[in-house]
Design a protein around this ligand. Sequence first.
Ligand code: NAP
Length: 326
Amino acid sequence: MCGTLFNGVGGNLRRGSRRWHSIAFATAFLFAACGGEAPDEAGAPDTSEERIIVSGASGQLGGLVVEELLALGVEPSQLILVSRTPEGLEEYAQAGASTRYGDFSEPESLPAAYEGGTRMLLISISPVPDRVEWHQSAIDAAVQAGVQHIVYTSSVDVDNPSTTSAFDHRSTEEYIRASGVAWTMLRNHLYANGLVNQAANMLSEGSVVVQPDEVPTAYVAREDCAAAAASVLIGSGHENRAYDITGSELVTRSDIARIASDLTGASVEVVEGEGGDEQAPAGVMAGFDSYEVMSDAVRELTGRDPITVAELLEAHRDVLLEAVEG
Ligand SMILES: NC(=O)c1ccc[n+]([C@@H]2O[C@H](COP(=O)([O-])OP(=O)(O)OC[C@H]3O[C@@H](n4cnc5c(N)ncnc54)[C@H](OP(=O)(O)O)[C@@H]3O)[C@@H](O)[C@H]2O)c1
């Protein structure tokens, strides 16, 4: 089977292109899975014995990570997909993945959910009052189950003392570090995906208010967060490291308005606001300089450039045109 899998890898692909990198990485993984040594720069370890837990596998990010892992050549039987709604993961169960019920708010559900797992992607849950405690329950159960490496989807700006979100992620990171197992922190920046709706709103309003203290932000597509997570889960050398997972450009609301205009031909008037955070939509931060963080980690981990805001909006041009037409 392995011989068949390697047939055709490479072909006429341009070295350095997105597709070349994806296939090069997958090839390295497949060589490892077949017991050989990868001949290329990725230097993939033998992860064929690993069983990878994805917590929150039914969520948007979780689902993308599962798809990335499979695209990289991970066997479905290596996957332990845990969710509060495992019945929605039936297609993966049919393919050979283990799909299990697990809810952080019910610690008693977690030992069976994580049994047999060696690596785990712990996807942070949406903000709730007990968020940190629930994360801690998941970490305790993972360690008890024998997981040796926890990869956590954290957030940029974890050292900011003034936000609940930063507190939650910082506390969870500290708990993982103290657990004694290997860890990787994937500090995801604000998702770019939400900008499609923001751009559509600008187009339907015909204007946008921009704040003078808006922090230009390196938004990152959820798809790139998933690709980075999958690379870490099947890779080596990521133990006890933290990565800022960001886009490759600093973007403002004015930039989004301009891109939306260019894509649709409709005009968006840019109106200067008074400053302060009150009128800013969710995701636009004022005054948090650390939100300006931008890194090369997506490229480093996945071998491809992050999706740009223009590419993302272009992929949803139909939504933008609908907004223009009202
Ligand atoms: N960077 C950003 O801009 C940004 C924005 C929003 C959220 N986030 C964070 O990133 C995470 C993933 O984003 P997403 O887009 O995939 O969000 P999402 O689609 O809303 O998914 C929420 C995730 O949380 C899990 N979850 C919720 N409550 C849980 C519980 N009690 N026990 C176990 N798992 C629970 C869900 O798992 P199941 O449904 O499978 O059980 C699912 O994986 C979010 O949960 C949030 O912490 C980041």
